[in-house]
Design a protein around this ligand. Structure first.
Ligand code: AHR
Length: 498
């Protein structure tokens, strides 16, 4: 039996809803087909946005959406994507598949999508190949409420009122596709570009996000902060981190999303658990410059990355999604919660049809992936307070090298006054009895939902409901304790009324 200790009186920090954020790039069929089909499409849409997809995304309460990239962001020139659609420039998406980008989805369309989703906006600017003026004018175009060349242009294009830009990324992966810069150079560029990312409305300031490290590049974090920090001011609200989970760790042979063995299961989950080390070590460096934790760690790209599905365009990064992805999602979302004193946003890559998506589409059909179901189980944490918790774990795996702890958990006191416990059991073979001990708590009732299946289980357009959540009734309460058995290969949400 594993003991889960929860102390609801010890609050550890606020869980920003943005920890369950998303990312959408002009890549493959994420924007076009996945989210946006255009007003004239036969697929039911509202102002060009797919109704089925928007509905499914609203169910998981998408808190924030990042756009337009990714690597695409540092090649994107926003003025190509405004004004009458027939006049918008057609160009080649050089980075992703060499397809024609007709710019029919631009700033106005992104803002409309966020309006429909009811989510915050995270725009990623172009520092790699764009000018300071271009970045500055984009912010003016979107947010200035008054008379100015860019505000007037926005009005001419049909949007009288300014929009709210909640977050603005000053470049993406500038250590790689965003310009191959060294951290010292990027740090100086960041200082310069961010100066002109103005908050025109003091009541709605734009939070600025600097480009952070690739995985365990701690040198980048240190040097960017050294270059940007003057007397405790780093000119930023957030510093990003990108980390993808690869089953093999080898970019040239990542492995299949659907065909994998037990060893690959544990290897993948071991790779995803590296996120914990990354958060701790990058945080320790951030603490040197920002001990009060005013700057958020923004993990704005995370998730699994496999070989593309056979027969699909290699530049489109389309992959299926199984229970393995569900475990990856559950483990990471628990980790983000448990580090919410520093982690202020995380954006899974990517929302639809690319990498670890929550939604897949094919023509007019749509499926919710196992990862979507995990977000549906975890949404009760949004805006909650993390409370102290710990769980006893045992090592599981088929080879010593790839052993991992079987269980992971996080617990919050929700806005609804209930405790929300989310758990994962990564073992492929062992169900685990759990006794939850809630200090000084009189438990009134419990309700639980579970996502469980065999490791390869996934949803297809023919069988869209193979993997789905279900009510879990085999849970008992006695005073301040609960008892239940979490099956192997599952993710759970237990709601505790106190
Ligand atoms: O998400 C796919 C790509 O991964 C993004 O464009 C880039 O930022 C990262 O390397």
């Amino acid at each position: 039996m594993a003991k889960l200790y929860v102390n609801p009186k010890v609050k550890k920090g606020h869980i920003n809803p943005e920890l369950q954020g998303h990312f959408s790039e002009h890549l493959g069929r994420c924007i076009y087909e996945g989210l946006y089909v255009g007003e004239d499409s036969d697929i039911p849409n509202e102002n060009g946005m797919r109704k089925d997809v928007v509905e499914a995304l609203k169910e998981i309460q998408v808190p924030v959406l990042r756009w337009p990239g990714g690597c695409f962001a540092d090649e994107y020139h926003w003025k190509d994507g405004i004004g009458p659609k027939e006049k918008r420039k057609k160009m080649i998406n050089t980075h992703w598949g060499g397809v024609v980008e007709d710019n029919s989805f631009g700033t106005h369309e992104f803002m409309e999508l966020c309006r429909q989703l009811g989510c915050k906006t995270y725009i990623n600017g172009n520092l790699g190949s764009g000018t300071v003026q271009e970045m500055s004018e984009w912010v003016e175009y979107m947010t200035f409420d008054g008379v100015s060349p860019m505000a007037d242009l926005r009005k001419e294009n049909g949007h009288e009122e300014p929009w709210k830009v909640d977050y603005f990324g000053v470049g993406n992966e500038n250590w790689g596709c965003g310009g191959n810069m060294r951290p010292e150079f990027y740090g100086d560029m960041y200082r310069r570009y961010q100066t002109y990312v103005r908050s025109y409305n003091s009541k709605q300031p734009v939070s600025k996000i600097a480009c952070g490290a690739n995985a365990d590049d701690y040198h980048w974090t240190d040097k960017v902060l050294e270059a940007t920090f003057d007397n405790g001011n780093g000119f930023m609200n957030g510093l990003s981190l990108h980390y993808y989970t690869l089953p093999t760790g080898d970019w040239s042979k990542k492995g299949s999303a659907l065909e994998f063995d037990d060893k690959s299961w544990y290897r993948t989950l071991k790779a995803t658990l590296k996120m914990e080390t990354l958060i701790k070590r990058h945080s320790a460096i951030m603490d040197q410059y920002d001990p009060e934790k005013k700057i958020g760690m923004v993990i704005d790209e995370w998730g699994t990355w496999y070989d593309v599905e056979p027969g699909t365009n290699p530049g489109f990064l389309y992959q299926q999604n199984t229970m393995r992805d569900a475990l990856v999602a559950g483990i990471n979302l628990n980790l983000f919660n448990k580090n919410c004193d520093r982690v202020k946003m995380a954006n899974i890559a990517q929302m639809v049809n690319v990498l670890q998506s929550v939604i897949l589409t094919e023509g007019e059909k749509m499926v919710k992936t196992p990862t979507w179901h995990v977000f549906s189980l975890y949404k009760a944490h949004q805006d909650g307070e993390l409370v102290e918790s710990s769980i006893e774990t045992q090592a599981v795996g088929v080879e010593k090298e790839y052993e991992i702890p079987d269980l992971s958990e996080s617990v919050s006191l929700g806005k609804d006054g209930k405790l929300h416990v989310t758990l994962t059991n990564a073992s492929l073979t062992e169900d685990k009895e759990i006794e939850g001990v809630f200090a000084e708590t009189d438990i009134k009732s419990v309700k639980a939902m579970i996502l469980t299946n065999e490791m390869h289980a996934h949803n297809t357009f023919e069988n869209p409901d193979t993997v789905h959540t279900a009510e879990f009734e085999k849970i008992t309460v006695s005073g301040s304790k609960v008892k239940f058995t979490i099956p192997a290969c599952s993710v759970m949400h237990v709601e505790v009324e106190i």
